[in-house]
Design a protein around this ligand. Structure first.
Ligand code: ZN
Length: 295
């Protein structure tokens, strides 16, 4: 069955399953520290396709693309700024092959690493950089973009607007929140879930939510806060596999697939519409989540 727009498909109240982490999956296939992950879209496309396929096989209905750091500012670090269009288009094409006709490609757009508060970039710079990236993702056959792991509202808003005004893709916008000592949630830039989500929707986002951050325990509260101001907008959550533990200097995410899948019920009660995973999650986690949600 050919897919409808994601927002249409969610209207009958079903929960859709997204994918898990890409970075660790690339490392497991040989990506070295200091190597540009997006370059693999042209140098090792078969390995990138293998990751995309592993998530489809595990039951993901929406899969991302290997383009999280595919903006011009990030690619400049590797001297690859002339390849922005090629790397992003290729990333979308690879995930499209794995997704086929019935599943969705939600193309990843991560932060630039720059901040307007530091005075090194303007909102216009953000817009220009995200316009370039989102147009290439659209050209590669993505269904949507997912602006993710955001902490600054102005950067997220620029990315959402750039995709809204220059492509016909659906737009998901996801922020990363950390708990404060008072037990509230804020992005690194001090924005709460309700404010962040409202700003994204005002800029043109169709779906909003949270990814990454401190494990999965706080996600219920974040969903409730978003729901309290935006009762009608679909919400996506992609949590990390628990709190990272440092083992031999490497972050290890301890939550097993079963453990994570067991955490979804309160999210569903709070009104989540799309569930996936972030750091430390694998195709096994996605498989367990899909099974739990369908049960
Ligand atoms: Zn993460």
């Amino acid at each position: 069955m050919k897919r409808k727009p994601i927002t249409e498909a969610l209207k009958d109240g079903r929960i859709l399953i997204a994918d898990g982490a890409w970075g660790t999956a690339l490392q497991a296939r040989g990506l070295k520290g200091g190597e540009c992950p997006e370059l693999w879209n042209i140098e090792h496309p078969e390995k990138v396709l293998e990751i995309a396929r592993s998530y489809i096989d595990a039951g993901s209905q929406l899969i991302e693309t290997n383009t999280f750091g595919g903006n011009r500012y990030k690619l400049e670090h590797y001297g690859l700024e002339e390849k922005v269009s090629e790397l992003n288009r290729k990333g979308a094409e690879i995930s499209r092959i794995a997704a086929g006709e019935e599943n969705w490609v939600i193309a990843s757009i991560g932060p630039t690493g720059k901040m307007t508060v530091m005075g090194d970039v303007s909102e216009e710079d953000f817009y220009r950089v995200f316009k370039e990236q989102s147009m290439a993702l659209a050209a590669g056959g993505a269904d949507a973009v997912i602006v993710e792991t955001m902490s600054a509202v102005d950067e997220a808003v620029a990315a959402v607007k750039a995709a809204r005004e220059n492509t016909s893709l659906e737009i998901i916008c996801s922020f990363t929140f950390e708990p404060t000592v008072q037990g509230e949630f804020r992005t690194m830039m001090g924005v709460n879930p309700a404010e962040a989500a409202r700003a994204a929707v005002n800029a043109g986002a169709d779906i909003v939510g949270a990814n990454c951050g401190k494990g999965y325990e706080g996600m219920t509260q974040i969903i409730e806060e978003i729901r309290s101001v935006l009762p009608e907008i679909p919400v996506i959550v992609q949590a990390n596999a628990g709190l990272p533990e440092l083992v031999d200097g490497i972050s290890v995410f301890p939550a097993t697939p079963e453990e994570m899948a067991g955490k979804n019920k309160p999210w569903i009660e709070a009104g989540v519409n799309i569930i996936g995973g972030c750091c430390g999650t694998t195709d096994k986690h996605i498989q367990a989540i899909r099974k739990a949600v369908e049960g």
